[in-house]
Ligand binder design. Structure first.
Ligand SMILES: O=C(O)C1=C[C@@H](OP(=O)(O)O)[C@@H](O)[C@H](O)C1
Ligand SMILES: C=C(OP(=O)(O)O)C(=O)O
Length: 429
């Protein structure tokens, strides 16, 4: 297993940065482009490994998808021309590919087998398998279809009125995509709002979807038209640099063209509540999604309580928020975040173990963590757990540790941010 030495050096974070395209929006651009009729051109596509899995899955079904740098051209031929793949589909590390693709495949009259890497193989799939079975898909797999590998035969779906028991955009999206291919009207009701990129992008492709008080309704068998999609910068990637600029004294960084969809901007709200010096400017709309530039100057944050409705709006940012909390005045409590246990690693355990190993005062709870601030972090050898967000959290921590940090298994960072270390170097002075 490879290791990366992150030397403890006096640095400041300065200048301007453009983070790569949003992962959630990149996945969905490939899915809708492949279901639509005609050409779709996606610019600023994230070429992280996860999004490449989504491309490969649709190529295996006969869709022509060409990637030139960050531009992807999809020649859509409509749902009815998606073919049965010869080989099993490898979903790699990508939960989003798995849950959203399951929804699409459930609507196709073909046989599919799906598998993933060790991490994905241990993440729950029954949260989408159960409603898709209710719609008529035949799905079987390990532990009665709870886990990959899965085998399935789709087609002839009927609509469903589904109340999602988990706060998950992936589950909502999987069922809505199946609803798009089913007869009649499907509704998904969610108690807490989760990211709505599926709903937004369906409309960008000419589809119709209604959201009313947490109830999302979609009529099946709609024809979608290819279009142009510009992917905004990923706020979940930006979050690592927002925190870096806060905790490294003397820093000031502007991140340009970041997606500011309100279902994703919880990190900005958290930073503001913690009294971090943050401003958002140049707000505008590109391709149906709000974008803007965020400037952060170093400051000493204060500890806060983070729970309830905001959790899905910061779900991928909690590891880096935990690092920030180790530097805050006072105590930070994170609750209602049990979903973290079902990510690429059990992120309650991996965040707590890693930060403890670096000298933080942090403890795990059933659904979150308690972090006591004002700690000087030491250094040493810590593992990414094969989880990209843990790997990036460790790299940002190393900017303020007293000794060097050896990051074990850094390669996973390219799942969502292949140019992360290059960008870190670019803004380190
Ligand atoms: O829909 C999406 O694109 C995503 C939804 C979230 O997962 P859940 O919906 O499982 O919480 C998030 O953690 C993931 O990185 C991307
Ligand atoms: C949880 C994540 O992604 P996924 O569920 O797509 O693997 C993530 O990117 O942090």
């Amino acid at each position: 297993m490879s290791e990366k030495l992150l030397e403890s050096k006096q640095t400041v974070i300065k200048g301007e940065l453009q983070v790569p395209g949003d992962k959630s929006i990149s996945h969905r651009s490939i899915i809708f482009g492949s279901l639509a009729q005609g050409k779709t051109v996606v610019t600023n596509f994230l070429d992280g490994e996860d999004c490449m899995r989504t491309i490969a899955a649709f190529q295996a079904m006969g869709v022509s998808i060409e990637k030139h740098g960050q531009t992807v051209v999809i020649e859509g031929n409509g749902v009815e021309n998606l073919q049965e793949p010869i080989e099993p589909i490898n979903l790699g590390n990508s939960g989003t590919t798995a849950r959203l693709l399951l929804g699409v495949l459930a609507g196709l009259p073909h046989h599919f087998t799906l598998f993933g890497d060790e991490s994905l193989t241990n993440r729950p799939m029954d949260r989408v398998v159960i409603p898709l079975r209710q719609m008529g898909a035949m799905i079987d797999g390990r532990e009665n279809g709870k886990y990959l590998p899965l085998a399935m035969r789709g087609g002839n779906l009927s609509s469903i009125a589904f109340e999602t028991p988990v706060k998950s955009a992936q589950v909502k999206s999987g069922v809505l995509l199946a609803g798009l291919l089913a007869e009649g009207e499907t509704t998904v009701t969610e108690k807490t709002t989760t990211r709505d990129h599926t709903e937004n992008m369906l409309q960008a492709f000419g589809g119709k979807i209604d959201t009313n008080n947490g109830k999302i309704s979609i009529t099946g068998k709609q024809q979608l038209q290819g279009t142009e999609i510009h992917v905004p910068g990923d706020i979940s990637s930006a979050a690592f640099f927002l925190v870096a600029s806060t905790i490294v004294s003397g820093s000031e960084l502007t991140i340009k063209d970041v997606g500011l969809n309100p279902t994703r901007t919880g990190i900005i709200d958290v930073l503001k509540q913690m009294d971090v010096d943050i401003t958002v400017v140049e707000e505008r709309t590109i391709g149906g999604e709000p974008v803007g530039s965020i400037t952060v100057r170093s400051s000493t944050p204060k500890g806060i309580i983070i729970d309830g409705e905001i959790i899905p709006r910061i779900i991928d940012e909690i590891p880096i928020i935990a690092l920030l909390a180790t530097q805050a005045n006072g105590k930070t409590i994170i609750r209602d975040a049990e979903e973290l246990r079902y990510k690429e690693s059990d992120r309650i355990a991996s965040v707590v173990n890693t930060l403890q190993a670096l000298g933080a005062d942090i403890e795990a709870t059933k659904d979150g963590m308690i972090i006591h601030g004002n700690r000087t972090l030491s250094g040493g050898k810590v593992d990414s757990y094969g989880d990209h967000r843990i790997g990036m959290m460790i790299a940002i921590a190393s900017l303020i540790t007293e000794q060097a940090v050896t990051l074990v298994n850094p390669a996973c960072i390219s799942i969502s941010y292949p140019s992360f270390f290059e960008h870190l170097k670019k803004v380190s002075r």
